[in-house]
Design a protein around this ligand. Structure first.
Ligand code: SF4
Ligand code: SF4
Length: 409
């Protein structure tokens, strides 16, 4: 059969129904659950659900046991995979490496699925958002000439009300943190939107974004962008938004995601009450699944080791806009801000390079997204892997952690 590259729901269902090989759903998240339920209703027999995340192994998704991808070969030497992860290119590469040849970008199968017709444990808005994100990502994958970005972080401040020693955004190293120039941030957002086709979500982050009293201007700008579908504000719940920073959150595109740090952020109850009182869409989630991924020093890996780290890294598509530059991940974006790595100019796309026309920036971005084997800065990074041991979230450090500024020598 090989890869089935069609976006028509009816054709995909017919392929899955007539397939003689066992059918495996790849991805044990919300979309995997939605697809398993859809398959049950549509008469598609699913043999297994698999995932790379060791923490999901042994769980059940719609009554089907989750296996680790690495354990499939013995039981299922041949299979048809229905992929439900948004970062589908990584999964396709992994399946090829494992010797499999048959898979379907399954997002389009869910295009017309009435999610109200089945029950989910997660809130409905989350299920709907996850499923529609998957559908859009897979549509992008099936249209390779388009540039579709699943998620882009935009940094509006280096300041934070906490100083977590394992912050994956490297806030623990800033000894003189500053707010970003909002006009410059908005200009880089405008330019990025001019060169890409669609951005599923923009995440406004810091540090703590509400510490920048002008962050509302970024939110209002993003809400007006027709190519941006959703805007998510990531707050630690330590600062109660007020004035324009509160007003801007009332837009239908905006969702506030409050991470619950327990007793570290005593104001979080007031933040949540304020959001509720003003009818602002929000979601509270615990600080969880942290790993040690923030140490910055040169590892001196070989090129092959670099490739392996980059390939396995689950943060390589956490795109980040910072200082007018587009980065693959928050580690490089913040190491660049800190001067903790050399200025590796192939490790980012200079969105604000006014000597380049938009077409040239688009081509650079396309190449950066789809054709790099690894980044030079990866040698300064631990990498983030799904089977990394977890560390306790939110441990505070009193003073900024030391690091070497390699650009001040
Ligand atoms: S709350 Fe902690 S993890 Fe979040 S940005 Fe601040 S320092 Fe980093
Ligand atoms: S390994 Fe490379 S892509 Fe992954 S987080 Fe580190 S620098 Fe970023």
């Amino acid at each position: 059969m090989g890869e089935v590259k069609v976006a028509d729901q009816g054709q995909l269902i017919a392929k899955a129904k007539t397939c003689k090989d066992p059918i495996i759903i790849f991805g044990a998240g919300i979309v995997g659950e939605a697809l398993a339920k859809f398959c049950a209703i549509s008469g598609i027999k699913v043999a297994s659900v698999c995932d790379n995340n060791i923490n999901k192994v042994g769980n059940k998704v719609a009554g089907i046991e989750v296996n680790h991808v690495s354990s499939l070969a013995n039981t299922y030497p041949k299979a048809l995979f229905l992929i439900t992860t948004a970062d589908i290119m990584d999964v396709v590469s992994q399946l090829k490496e494992l010797g499999y040849q048959n898979w379907i970008a399954a997002g389009p199968m869910l295009r017309l699925f009435d999610l109200n017709s089945v029950e989910f444990i997660a809130p409905f808005e989350f299920v709907e958002f996850a499923v529609s994100t998957c559908v859009m990502c897979h549509d992008g994958y099936l249209n390779p000439n388009k540039i579709f970005l699943r998620s882009v972080d935009v940094i509006v401040t280096e300041r934070c009300s906490l100083r977590c020693q394992d912050c994956s955004n490297l806030m623990q190293y800033y000894d003189n943190p500053k707010d970003c120039d909002i006009d410059e941030v908005n200009r880089s957002i405008d330019r990025l939107c001019e060169v890409v086709d669609n951005i599923n979500e923009f995440r406004v982050i810091g540090g703590e974004p509400f510490l920048n009293k002008d962050m509302w201007q970024v939110c209002n700008g993003l809400a007006k962008q027709s190519k941006v579908r959703k805007v998510i504000i990531y707050t630690n719940g330590g600062i109660v938004p007020k004035g324009e920073n509160l007003e801007c959150l009332k837009h239908e595109k905006i969702l506030v995601l409050v991470t619950d740090y327990g007793p570290l952020t005593r104001k979080s109850a007031t933040v949540i009450d304020t959001l509720k009182k003003h009818g602002i869409a929000h979601y509270v989630q615990p600080a969880q699944n942290w790993t040690q991924c923030s140490s910055i020093f040169k590892r001196n890996r070989t090129n092959d080791e670099q490739k392996s780290v980059f390939t396995r890294c689950c943060a390589k598509n956490l795109f980040t806009l910072s200082n007018g530059r587009f980065f693959r991940c928050p580690f490089i974006a913040n190491s660049d801000r800190l001067g903790a790595i050399p200025d590796f100019n192939r490790d980012y796309v200079q969105i604000m390079d006014m000597e380049c026309d938009l077409q040239e920036i688009r081509e650079r971005l396309y190449n950066y997204l789809y054709n790099v084997p690894y980044l030079d800065a990866c040698d300064y990074c631990n990498g983030r892997f799904l089977d990394d041991p977890e560390v306790e979230p939110g441990i505070q450090t009193k003073k900024p952690l030391p690091y070497k500024n390699v650009r001040q020598q």
